[in-house]
Design a binder for this molecule. Structure first.
Ligand code: SR1
Ligand code: MG
Length: 405
């Protein structure tokens, strides 16, 4: 796929070389003392990078280094480490407009593609917490506010027009966008070698791929993803990219997929993953958890809308971006988010990268969950403009998941 022709020669960090690395970066040595006995753990369990948590007994930080390939597949899938540059850019921009929702950013080493960021080990990955049935009541709204701050503060609403064009040009992220274009918006709908799913679902998958109204809707959503440069969106805001604390701290991590794209895409990644949590709770008969999960999509949307409306009076150019424009803009973001949720449902159940919410279910619950989610996707994408609220989206999903039980 991407970056296959460039050979990258840079030294990868190991637990043994971290102290020397810190010594040669004095700005980091001020944060963690390399001359103390360091506790270094490589904790990367994501799809792409090396992650080292480094502690000196007093303080700690995280060093995140991009590998020149996709970690979950190995060197046979080369991938440019320039993605770390995209993450550094996003961290910087998002820290300016939404500092309380991202990790503190300490610096970026352009030669070795290493980001130094706040250690969030006290937090949990939200997906794992959801899988364990934990309820973090502040998380969904926090991420709605994060999306709103980005939507306003990195778009033409918050940035002068010529400056925005320069920022947009600087922030192109073609390699990572290509992954999303392929894995989210193309491959699940055709027969390709990276897809995988239970053979029992083949009739459902055949039906979905033969549904031309649905596949055309996915084409429209892919077009939006590839052309609608609204704001510097996170680009991969699923529940595995969110760290949570019971006390309420909620941070978005792993913004290497950031690019100027549709605001609704970030919302859809969360909504899709809430539906995975809902399907998991339903097929495992966790009724109380399911009822709580049902509210998450609304909480994210309401917080997004409220925060965005509160920023609206400060827009750079109010001359034709009127209050009635805002109402139509919000409706369009909602429709994009509903449609793109359908793509998220398909890509995580049929495409390359699946989610633990579903994959750790036993059979036959797993098959039922996926069947309900695929039916939901087929319903949502073509009807995205008619689904007027997150509650309606969730009701559709809950009914179709229930029907597949
Ligand atoms: C090859 S990367 C697979 C997936 O992992 C990332 O988290 C993104 O979601 C990407 O699509
Ligand atoms: Mg990621």
């Amino acid at each position: 796929m991407s970056g296959a022709t460039t050979v990258y020669a840079y030294e990868l960090l190991t637990p043994e070389t971290v102290a020397d690395y810190l010594r040669s970066h004095s700005e980091l040595a001020d944060l963690v003392d390399p001359d103390q006995e360091l506790d270094v753990h490589e904790v990367g369990d994501g799809n792409l990078n090396l992650i080292f948590v480094v502690a000196d007994g007093r303080q700690s930080l995280v060093l995140k280094q991009a590998l020149p390939y996709v970690r979950m597949v190995g060197p046979s899938w080369p991938l440019t480490p320039e993605r770390a540059t995209a993450e550094a850019r996003a961290l910087e921009a998002h820290s300016r407009v939404a500092p309380e929702y991202v990790p503190a950013f300490y610096g970026f080493d352009r030669e070795r593609y290493v980001l130094a960021i706040e250690d969030l080990s006290s937090h949990r990955v939200w997906r794992g917490a959801l899988n364990d049935g934990e309820q973090h009541p502040a998380a969904a709204a926090a991420m709605g506010r994060y999306i709103a701050r980005i939507a306003f503060g990195t778009s033409l609403f918050g940035v002068e027009a010529k400056e925005l064009k320069r920022l947009t040009a600087d922030a192109i992220n073609p390699w990572l966008c290509e992954i999303t274009e392929n894995l989210v918006f193309t491959e699940p709908y055709v027969d390709t070698e990276r897809n995988w799913f239970q053979p029992e679902l083949l009739p459902d998958v055949d039906e979905l791929r033969a549904d031309t109204r649905f596949v055309s809707a996915i084409g429209e959503l892919k077009y939006a993803f590839m052309t609608q440069a609204e704001a510097l969106v996170h680009g991969d805001l699923h529940t595995g990219s969110v760290m949570v604390l019971p006390e309420g701290s909620t941070r978005a991590i792993d913004s290497e997929f950031a690019y100027y794209g549709p605001v609704g895409f970030d919302i859809s990644c969360l909504w899709g993953n809430y539906l995975f949590a809902l399907a998991r709770a339903r097929v495992s008969d966790q009724t109380e958890l399911a009822e709580w999960v049902r509210g998450l999509a609304r909480e994210t949307w309401d917080a997004f809308e409220q925060e965005f409306r509160s920023l609206w009076p400060g827009r750079v150019d109010p001359r034709v971006f009127t209050d009635s424009f805002l109402e139509r803009w919000l409706a369009k973001v909602h429709a994009d988010a509903v449609g793109m949720t359908a793509a998220e449902l398909c890509r995580r159940t049929l495409g390359l990268a699946h989610v633990s919410d579903i994959e750790t279910l036993a059979e036959p619950e797993r098959e039922r969950a996926v069947r309900g989610l695929l039916r939901t996707a087929r319903r949502l994408a073509p009807a995205r403009a008619e689904i007027r609220s997150p509650d309606e989206l969730v009701a559709v999903a809950d009914e179709l998941i229930g029907g597949a039980l």
